[in-house]
Design a protein around this ligand. Structure first.
Ligand code: AMP
Length: 394
């Protein structure tokens, strides 16, 4: 069965075509800068890697271009759109309504729209992708996997905020959690690797967005992002945890509007606010060259992660493994080293040589004597979506 996975962002569409249940990747690609001049399409199939620049004004145009590539007589991989039986969509915010993968109905679409207020950077683009795919693949089953679903198991003591109960009951203000498909995928891999169903694992997803999950016996029991994907760790452009009174101070005494504060904390803070760079590769190079701001930002970033490791080890009353994943987690030995140093009290001992080795597979980078396994596991949100979509329709 051919399943097309679509991860549609505000100005991008990531896609993968997979054969299931063999999990064979048929082709993959990315449309970026939709709505801007010089949108780019990257398309990989049969060992070919094609990069094109187009004027793509909408998600519809973008997805149509993708379909043209899929059908192309030379580099295409299908002969008719009907060959795609299922389209699996990633949606960031499913609120309290969805704990499982679900078939798309008009009610589901309404809910995604409703939750756009809580994930304005993500849900509108996700919904756009669904509407366009329904038009282009009218016979395919459309399935949605929510980033929030894996976190539905977080207990009340961790998901509630200490604000009046009515705000939770009437307005759903609580921790929802994000990057759920990634945390689920890597924690399942870690459990299989450890060979231990009853396990205490901390998954650390460090990409453009960053988050950590305490995974007890395969279930999310606490998570660093909250009501929206804003708090917790220091991210590329998001501040993560701050004292909320800073917001009052900015508005009351420094002439910020609420919109200014939102832009500040969402788009101008994090590693960008600290260093002027948002890509960790640039920050690492600058730090090596002696840039003090970049050195401090790396230390702050790792220190925040350490604090969450400590609190999640306490929440689970023990720890079997920590897992690094996503762009930074998989690639930055510098961040992994800064995070793991001086955590011997928790039984965490890094092997610096193993940490420096590069590979695209699951790898163990702890010292032999380490009580806690330190794993690097490449995430694959698209494969997780394909697996869940396949399970749902079969
Ligand atoms: P993701 O959201 O998972 O695609 O991760 C994107 C982020 O990963 C980028 O913003 C980079 O900062 C970071 N990244 C990617 N490759 C590397 C690398 N080799 N070293 C350090 N950071 C990296």
């Amino acid at each position: 069965m051919k399943i097309l996975i679509i991860n549609s962002g505000s100005s991008s569409i990531k896609f993968q075509l997979m054969d299931m249940p063999s999990e064979k990747l048929i082709c993959s690609g990315l449309v970026e800068r939709i709505g801007y001049k010089n949108a780019t399409i990257n398309y990989k199939a049969n060992g070919e890697n094609l990069e094109q620049t187009h004027n793509i004004e909408s998600h519809k145009q973008g997805l149509k271009r993708v379909v043209e590539l899929l059908l192309d007589p030379e580099i295409g991989v299908i002969t008719h759109t009907n060959e795609i039986e299922v389209v699996g969509h990633r949606v960031v915010h499913g609120g309290n309504s969805f704990s499982d993968t679900t078939l798309i109905t008009s009610e589901v679409k309404e809910k995604i729209q409703e939750y756009a207020a809580l994930a304005p950077l993500h849900n509108p683009g996700n919904l756009e992708g669904i509407l366009v795919a329904e038009e282009i693949f009218p016979l395919a089953k459309q399935v949605v996997v929510f980033d929030t679903a894996f976190h539905q198991t977080i207990p009340a003591k961790a998901k509630r905020y200490a604000i009046p109960t009515s705000l939770y009951e009437e307005h759903g203000i609580q921790v929802y959690g994000f990057h759920g498909t990634s945390h689920q995928y890597v924690s399942e891999k870690a459990i299989a690797y450890l060979g231990k169903e009853n396990s205490k694992i901390i998954t650390i997803h460090l990409g453009n967005g960053c988050s950590m999950t305490a995974v007890l016996d395969g279930k999310s029991i606490d998570h660093s992002l909250g009501f929206t994907p804003s708090n917790g760790l220091i991210m590329g452009t998001r501040s993560g945890d701050i004292d909320h009174a800073i917001i009052f101070h900015l508005v009351n005494n420094l002439d910020y509007t609420l919109d200014d504060v939102k832009t500040l904390l969402t788009n101008q803070s994090g590693m960008l606010g600290l260093t002027g760079h948002m890509d960790l590769r640039d920050i690492q190079v600058e730090a090596e060259n002696g840039n003090k701001d970049c050195q401090l930002a790396l230390t702050m970033n790792a220190y925040r992660i350490k604090k969450y490791i400590g609190s999640y080890a306490a929440a689970m009353n023990g720890l079997d493994a920590i897992v690094f994943t996503a762009g930074i987690g998989e690639n930055s030995s510098v961040i992994r080293q800064l995070v793991c140093e001086d955590l011997e009290v928790f039984g965490i001992h890094l092997d610096n040589t193993k940490n420096e080795k590069r590979s695209g597979d699951l790898r163990e980078i702890n010292a032999d004597a380490s009580k806690v396994k330190i794993l690097v596991i490449p995430t694959n949100e698209e494969l997780e979506i394909a697996k869940q979509a396949f399970e749902l329709v079969n």
